[in-house]
Design a protein around this ligand. Structure first.
Ligand SMILES: Nc1nc2c(c(=O)[nH]1)N[C@H]1C(S)=C(S)[C@@H](COP(=O)(O)O)O[C@H]1N2
Ligand SMILES: [Mo]
Length: 325
């Protein structure tokens, strides 16, 4: 197979810097002359910028809620429920995408707890139902791009991971977050084979974890999560390849060093820690430039950060995305 040599990414393709407030450098500068109430008010406005003004010609007709800017509306057709729940990657049950649903059918996800530990001031083990009371889920329609070259549009039900992090109060040493799937070969028959190192583990940088687009999903299409999609709770990070979305989470730990991730351990040359969707960085064995949207006939172009560049590109300012794949 002929592997296409990727072009170099120009930095202005990655981010329009004027759009974003570089909070860290701003804070550093601000702290140098902080102290007066005027400065405090200024600082407050910078951190909580006013939502954008909607205008018609010269007329201001309203103020758009801030969240609409952060959570984009996806107008693309939603992938049918039958496909989202019968074409799955979940190696704990099977490596055959069409076989997972049946094998996971009897998986019992109650009672279920999520233990949060590490560099936090309030370590806690949450019962899943208490967690749902604490952070009532809402619908989030996101694109999902699998590293293998297919994609879906999924109406998830979930809540921002930031909400859970606020509860446990990370310490100033926390830099990364790691996640772990249940390890129970009796309930997850695929764990009897050593195709991967079990349990499945994943991780994010803390600012990625705090981003409002990052959610813990507990359902889809308005109902609770089917076992094959990661019941009762899984991670969804829409600008990253699907494998970052670790399923059936039982442990979360805040750490100071970049944690290990299952696919990076299995094939470090193929899967990095960041795994941001990037049409310009090919997988060593295939191109990432296009994708098949499940249910569509022709391939579509894969978008930088899976189409979420306006929301997330600032997180990677100054980073070489070819090196940090
Ligand atoms: N624990 C666990 N999580 C996992 C996987 C897995 O095998 N085990 N597969 C990943 C991959 S490769 C993808 S593309 C998505 C698929 O999610 P879906 O089946 O709900 O579409 O789950 C991810 N999360
Ligand atoms: Mo995937």
């Amino acid at each position: 197979m002929l592997i296409k040599k990727p072009e170099d990414i120009k930095s202005n393709e990655i981010t329009d810097e004027s759009k974003y407030l570089n909070r860290r450098s701003f804070m550093q500068k601000a702290l140098l002359f902080a102290g007066t109430t005027t400065v405090t008010a200024f600082l407050y406005r910078k951190i909580n910028p006013r939502p954008p003004i909607i205008s018609k010609g010269d007329k201001i007709v309203g103020v758009r809620p801030a969240s609409a800017d952060v959570i984009p509306t996806i107008d693309e057709k939603q992938t049918p429920f039958v496909d989202i729940t019968n074409y799955n990657n979940f190696y704990e049950f099977s490596t055959n995408k069409r076989e997972v649903a049946e094998l996971a059918q009897g998986f019992v996800s109650r009672p279920w707890t999520v233990a949060v530990s590490g560099l936090i001031n309030k370590p806690k083990t949450f019962d899943i139902d208490d967690l749902l009371k604490l952070a009532p889920p809402e619908e989030r329609v996101y694109r999902m791009r699998c590293v293998e070259g297919w994609s879906m549009v999924i109406p998830w039900v979930g809540f921002p991971l930031a909400k859970l992090l606020k509860e446990v109060d990370p310490t100033s040493e926390a830099r990364y977050i790691s996640f772990e799937t249940l390890y129970d070969p009796k309930r997850m028959p695929g764990q009897g084979d050593n195709i991967l190192d079990w349990p499945y583990v994943e991780g994010l940088r803390l600012d990625e974890a705090m981003h409002p687009l990052t959610i813990l999903a507990t359902g889809l299409y308005g109902q609770s999560l089917p076992p094959q999609d990661g019941a009762p709770i899984r991670l969804v990070v829409p600008w990253k390849y699907g494998f970052k979305g670790i399923k059936s989470i039982v442990k979360i730990k805040l750490v100071d060093k970049q944690p290990q991730t299952t696919w990076n351990m299995a094939a470090p040359d193929e899967y990095g820690f960041y795994s941001n969707v990037n049409p310009n960085v090919d997988h060593p064995r295939w191109s990432q430039a296009t994708e098949t949207r499940i249910g569509e006939f022709s391939r579509r172009k894969t978008l930088m950060f899976n189409g979420y560049a306006d929301q997330v590109a600032y997180l990677y300012q100054g980073m070489d995305l070819r090196e940090n794949y």
